[in-house]
Design a binder for this molecule. Structure first.
Ligand code: GLY
Ligand code: MN
Length: 372
């Protein structure tokens, strides 16, 4: 199906077929949950998809067989059979690999443990098991028309939650109470759940980028980092705003304005063909010129999709991972921050869709410092 009413399964399967061809694979055993969902719509917590160029077999146990049948039928996923397995997964896999006559089979190295691949090798010793790295993740990074439509809806709903933050963040409330209020607002907005545990970090806690909410009560003079996201139709969106309890000090104001400028610089740098490292450098440069280079403790952004952190990465080039290059259709966060130990922190995070010439804002709540 093409368009915005459902994923274009055939296009996904065609791209998978060319991935297999490029790696001379007869099939790929897809085990990463989000990748299984991407290729056949099955959302259960356990299942293996044996994906050949023109046909797929979803191996699920008795807990999921009926659900899988219904899900695939309701989503009109073409060319995918359900195989109910009643024995050990490795035995079922070796039986199907033998039945289809596969010889060179890929596995997902980031997901399959050493113990698991050894059991697959023992079960099917005549098969050449080939490591693959991020093949489907690379495919997932560029969102199709259906996914882009989901993101526009999700970004609009998340922005609605951001617009009411001032009514949820109250002096004397604990961080945990504020986080619960945000979670209730996400549910009322229509999200199926939070995309990750909501972060509410106040006062000195706000200097820790991923602090867990505590029973600390918000007090005058605090900076409060609020970071929350929702899942809509399986897709994750993610947004942060920062509040000041009472009028901000001049140092808090300076920190905030610098992070805001860093976010604007990163947003202006986004375009197809640009590297994630260059977008990160644009944000980092603003903070460095203000003497705040050491306060920016994480990457500028990450891709969003069926997982809350996925490709592309807007961060400094690292020797271990290939740098991300932006392409039209990618969706990512832009979330610079500044964290000053013992004082507090600021983060501003929005989500964008990379377009042909720049980016489209998916979240559009006001970016001013919230004063509560
Ligand atoms: N906003 C939460 C995260 O990016 O991890
Ligand atoms: Mn994020």
């Amino acid at each position: 199906m093409q368009g915005t009413t459902g994923p274009d399964w055939s296009a996904r399967h065609r791209r998978l077929a060319s991935t297999l061809k490029a790696r001379s694979l007869d099939a790929l055993v897809v085990s990463t949950r989000a990748n299984v969902r991407y290729l056949c719509g099955f959302g259960g917590s356990s299942g293996l998809l044996v994906a050949a160029p023109d046909r797929r077999w979803l191996l699920v146990d008795g807990r999921y067989a009926q659900e899988a049948r219904e899900e695939l039928a309701s989503r009109a996923v073409p060319g995918t059979d359900i195989e109910r397995i009643d024995e050990a997964t490795a035995d079922a896999l070796s039986a199907i690999v033998a039945r289809i006559g596969l010889r060179r089979v890929g596995f997902e190295a980031r997901d399959v443990t050493v113990a698991t691949i050894e059991s697959w090798r023992e079960g099917a010793p005549s098969v050449e098991w080939i490591r693959t790295d991020g093949a489907i993740e690379e495919q997932r990074a560029v969102k199709d028309a259906f996914e882009q439509a989901v993101f526009r809806r999700a970004g609009s709903k998340l922005s609605d939650v951001a617009r009411i933050l001032c009514s949820l963040v109250k002096i004397q409330s604990s961080e945990i109470e504020v986080a619960r209020a945000i979670d209730r607002a996400l549910e009322s907005a229509g999200f199926s759940g939070p995309a990750f545990p909501t972060i509410v970090a106040s006062g000195p806690n706000s200097a820790r980028p991923h602090a867990r909410p505590t029973d600390r009560r918000l007090a005058a003079g605090d900076l409060v980092v609020l970071d929350f996201g929702g899942v809509l139709d399986g897709y994750c969106v993610d947004l942060s705003r920062t509040a000041s309890v009472g009028n901000p000090s001049s140092e808090a104001r300076r920190l905030y304005e610098t992070v805001r400028e860093a976010q604007s610089a990163a947003l202006a740098a986004i375009r197809p063909g640009e590297s994630g490292a260059a977008v990160d450098a644009a944000a980092r440069g603003v903070l460095a010129r203000a003497g705040l280079a050491e306060t920016f403790l994480h990457a500028t952004g990450h891709g969003l999709g069926l997982e809350v952190h996925e490709a592309p990465r807007l961060g400094r080039a690292s020797g271990r991972t290939a740098p991300s290059v932006l392409a039209e259709g990618m969706v990512c966060t832009v979330e610079p921050g500044a964290y000053v130990g013992g004082f507090g922190g600021v983060r501003i995070e929005d989500d964008v869709l990379v377009t042909g010439s720049g980016c489209e804002a998916l979240t559009d709540a006001p970016r001013d410092l919230l004063v509560v």
